[in-house]
Design a protein around this ligand. Structure first.
Ligand SMILES: NC(=O)c1ccc[n+]([C@@H]2O[C@H](COP(=O)([O-])OP(=O)(O)OC[C@H]3O[C@@H](n4cnc5c(N)ncnc54)[C@H](O)[C@@H]3O)[C@@H](O)[C@H]2O)c1
Ligand SMILES: N[C@@H](CCC=O)C(=O)O
Length: 515
């Protein structure tokens, strides 16, 4: 019997047993470090001379592992394998397809600490952030497996005398799943599971900074004996195999999550017909954010400051949902700023593997350099309140950084930095704060701290973001509870973890039989 969907609980690492289990998992990961993982195409392991090396951002001399690097010929092979698998997978009963997700999530739940340990080592997630990533991956699989049941019943149609009518949901075909590195398990799992449970087959191209956790995820599908070719594991350069796959005539859809620049490129490439292509490709593109938290004059200032700091610096600010702009009404500006700075200074920076660390490293050298260059820009655009420097030589550590007195039009107020940098922007009143919050090209998350119902209702109508929160932080959407996706240049508002999400990977076929 399928039980009611419930979110996977987060692990309490305050409990000695959980702490010990996580330490044991981290130790086990050390023994498997530097292993090599081949591509998996049509159920077969294929190795290449070219490799991608994944390094631990907390300790850059530490190699987490290597993976094969696909070229265009192998990308072609993957499309053919996915195509072949589609010819039978599309007709597998929906309940049976869901069962593969349930089985995979059950294994993931049993090996939760192990997967979280890989996230700590490869992505630089602190224990709590890694645990949340693994829990979300379990949630996505559990949730979509249940949602498929609804679509398997088809669309409701109006009875019509003399005819038997139905409207069935059928899959699209071969898809390419292109996830980001920042939720390398949860987002990868959600994007892949949704597509395949709907009857499609996919080529899963992981982000180059986090291919090992994706290889581990691929092993789950192999363990549950998912038919060969339904999911193909194809690490490789975005620019080379990414463009090839996106443009391929036999690819029916692209499920992308990542930056605005790459998302827009994919959208454009996918819009062009390739020779022999006979459909309009469907593109799901979830992209960046420049997310604001508004603090009203009538708010609990301690809670507001705590919510801002958690949203700005959780996973080092490397979330599309991260608060990178705190917009504070002038009456409470000084008080809230002081609390934010105090809480930020209390955060402990250190290796992600240490349970004491609140702030781990940023993902890689490119991000490290980019964030540091934005910190230099910030110094010319406002007052540096705290942070602003690197921290330690062994990994990509950057202090959580707060700039005050930032203009809404400043670069650090408009451009996605994707790191631990917070811009504090003063506002004259609530209307002004709302105008500032809506004044970017993005529209992903936002939050308002206020005890004034009238202002909250105004924000409910006018704050134009896909995920709006009142009196809580703007990160941490839960699958099924807070369907996730953004407006404007934050993306196609696909609402991952929502009841409509699977429709993106289905098409409806009306069938009428005259009686
Ligand atoms: N809206 C959301 O739900 C959401 C969630 C997580 C992250 N993000 C965004 O993702 C970004 C960070 O992730 P990132 O650095 O991995 O983003 P990115 O755009 O650099 O890369 C995302 C993926 O695209 C691939 N890629 C790169 N070039 C490609 C090409 N030409 N063709 C096909 N694929 C290509 C990469 O290899 C990677 O797998 C941030 O902007 C963040 O806001 C958005
Ligand atoms: N869904 C996550 C963000 C995903 C993007 O990075 C959140 O709600 O914080």
């Amino acid at each position: 019997m399928i039980t009611e969907y419930k979110n996977e609980p987060f692990t309490n690492f305050g409990l000695p047993a959980n702490k010990a289990a996580m330490k044991k998992a981290l130790a086990a990961v050390q023994l498997e470090k530097a292993a090599h993982y081949p591509l998996i195409i049509g159920g077969k392991a294929i190795d290449t001379e070219a490799r991608i090396t994944s390094i631990n951002p907390s300790q850059t001399s530490d190699i987490v592992g290597t993976v094969a690097r696909a070229n265009i010929d192998l990308a072609e092979k993957a499309v053919q394998a996915a195509n072949k698998a589609f010819s039978s997978w599309q007709y597998v009963d929906a309940a049976e397809r869901s069962l593969y997700l349930f089985k995979a999530s059950a294994i993931l739940r049993r090996r939760k600490f192990e997967f979280s340990a890989w996230l700590v080592e490869e992505a630089g997630k602190t224990w709590a952030e890694a645990d949340a990533d693994t829990a979300e991956a379990i949630d996505f699989m559990e949730y979509y497996a249940r949602q498929m049941d609804k679509y398997a019943k088809g669309m409701e149609v109006t009875p019509y005398s003399g005819e038997q009518n139905e409207c069935a949901y059928i899959p699209l075909g071969v898809g390419v799943v292109i996830p980001p590195w920042n939720f390398p398990l949860a987002i990868l799992a959600g994007m892949t599971a949704a597509a395949i449970v709907a009857g499609n087959t996919v080529i899963m191209k992981p982000a180059s900074s986090t291919p090992i956790i994706a290889a581990k995820f691929m092993q789950l599908w192999e363990e549950v004996s998912l038919p060969a070719g339904v999911v193909n594991y194809l690490p490789g350069s975005g620019g080379t195999i990414g463009d090839y796959l996106v443009s391929h005539a036999q690819v029916r859809f692209i499920n992308f999550t990542g930056s605005k620049e790459v998302g827009l490129r994919i959208n454009k490439l996918a819009a062009d017909l390739s020779p022999g292509q006979k459909w309009i490709k469907r593109v799901v593109a979830e992209m960046g954010g420049k997310d604001s938290i508004i603090v009203d004059s009538e708010a609990d200032l301690d809670e507001a400051a705590a919510g801002i700091v958690a949203s700005a610096f959780g996973f080092q600010g490397q979330k599309c949902s991260a608060c990178s702009r705190a917009i504070i009404i002038k009456d409470v500006y000084d008080a809230v700023l002081a609390k934010i700075v105090e809480k930020t200074k209390a955060l402990k920076i250190g290796a992600a593997s240490s349970p004491e660390s609140n702030i781990g490293p940023v993902i890689d050298e490119n991000s490290y350099k980019k964030i540091l260059s934005y910190i230099e820009i910030g110094k010319t655009e406002g007052k540096l309140e705290c942070g602003g420097s690197t921290a330690g030589e062994q990994g990509y550590f950057i202090e959580p950084t707060v700039f005050s007195g930032i203009s809404p039009e400043a670069r650090i107020s408009q451009e996605e930095i994707f790191g631990p940098v917070l811009a504090i922007i003063p506002a004259d009143d609530f209307d002004h704060a709302l105008a500032i919050a809506n004044g970017t090209e993005y529209g992903l998350t936002g939050a308002v701290y206020s005890k004034n119902r009238v202002k909250l209702e105004k924000a409910r109508r006018e704050f134009h973001v896909g995920n709006l929160y009142f009196n809580r932080k703007c990160t941490g959407a839960l699958v099924g509870v807070h369907p996730f996706g953004g407006f404007n240049l934050s993306g196609t508002d696909s609402k991952a973890g929502g009841a409509d999400y699977l429709l993106l990977f289905l098409q409806a076929k009306s069938i009428c039989e005259k009686l």
